[in-house]
Ligand binder design. Structure first.
Ligand SMILES: [Zn+2]
Ligand SMILES: [Zn+2]
Length: 342
């Protein structure tokens, strides 16, 4: 299907730095240092250091400062959900994306057209962030991380319960759970607590600062103990307990201190059996902070968008499906975004 580009593409279009809003002269999630930026959320492929000015939610700005330092941008403009500002004649508002704490969709109104850039998002419940808000729009810009019909995430609470059951059934083994440090870690802790596990949870050092930040925002994670960086700890100290670490730590030297561990990994990619086997994951948990295939389709329909632009992920499959549904769609070729393995 060939199509004429929507008129919004005259003022909002990709440049090498990222998606650019010309009248406002700002980029959304630029991958290179930019004078003016709007940042959707704190994941490293979206929020980078070195921009002149950053407009984002207070939580996203706090996360950027934790990761990159106080001076990681020239200036910060904290913008709460629903608050509206005008930049070069463009009305800019942030709406909750339900992805991680502080994650936002960017709502742009200009010359009678509304474009919503969703960033990364999900629709499933998450006790650690504000739920996604459907914002009716003319053009909806969506991610496509899990845009294949095979991707259907499991109810996250059920997956957490499987982990807790496994810990109870094998009290002599250490359970080692791989999680991404921002968002997934804190969501899994909350779900594991909700599943009735109240023993201390041991955290790899790389997970501590952001978990403490969430706790400072009022989330109650129970007892979470950082693991000492030295290797002096006795292997048996962790028998029967739950240890959480970044995915990369599961297979490296660090994990050798644990006795006969059960390795678990919480990720949408765990739907693909080969990926679990390849990583040596004994207990795959299919939990993602991205929309799965049914959520992507439902969300696009609910926005009522006349046209859809697809960013990073499996653009082809989603563009094809929307074509079948009679919704004009095209892939924006934006570089620099990763799967986040999420
Ligand atoms: Zn993300
Ligand atoms: Zn992303």
């Amino acid at each position: 299907m060939t199509m004429r580009p929507h008129r919004a593409s005259r003022w909002l279009y990709p440049r090498p730095e990222g998606l650019y809003c010309e009248p406002g002269s700002f980029f959304i999630d630029p991958v290179r240092p930019a004078d003016k930026s709007v940042i959707t959320h704190g994941h490293a492929d979206h929020a980078r250091s070195g921009h002149g000015a950053v407009l984002a939610t207070p939580e996203t700005i706090a996360i950027m400062k934790i990761r990159y330092g106080e001076g990681c941008a020239g200036a910060f403009q904290e913008t709460a959900y629903g608050e509206e500002t005008t930049v070069g004649g463009v009305r800019v508002r942030l709406a909750p994306a339900g992805h991680i704490l502080g994650s936002a969709q960017v709502v742009l109104d200009y010359e009678g057209t509304r474009v919503v850039i969703s960033g990364d998002y999900k629709r499933a419940a998450d006790p650690t962030c504000t739920p996604f808000e459907v914002v009716p729009c003319d053009v909806f810009v969506t991610e496509a991380t899990f845009a294949l019909p095979v991707f259907r995430h499991e109810p996250a609470g059920d997956e957490a319960r499987r982990l807790v059951d496994s810990i109870r059934q094998q009290p002599q083994r250490t359970h080692l759970l791989g999680v991404y440090g921002l968002g997934k870690c804190q969501r899994m802790i909350a779900l594991i607590r909700a599943a009735g596990y109240d023993a201390p949870i041991h955290l790899h050092g790389a997970l501590v600062a952001l978990t403490e930040f969430y706790a400072s925002r009022g989330f109650d994670f129970g007892a979470c103990h950082p693991i000492a960086t030295d290797t002096s700890t006795n292997r048996r100290d962790f028998a029967g307990s739950l240890v959480m670490c970044p995915p990369s730590a599961i297979a490296d030297r660090w994990s050798r201190r644990f006795e006969d561990p059960v390795t678990a990994f919480a990720s949408g990619w765990m739907r693909v059996r080969g990926r679990a086997l390849q990583r040596g994951v004994e207990l795959p948990l299919i939990v993602s902070d991205h929309a799965d295939w049914p959520e992507l389709i439902a969300t696009i329909e609910e926005t009522g968008a006349a046209e859809v632009w697809v960013t990073h992920g499996r653009e082809d499959a989603l563009v094809h499906q929307l074509g079948l549904m009679g919704i004009p769609a095209r892939a924006l070729t934006l570089v620099g975004f990763e799967d986040e393995g999420d």
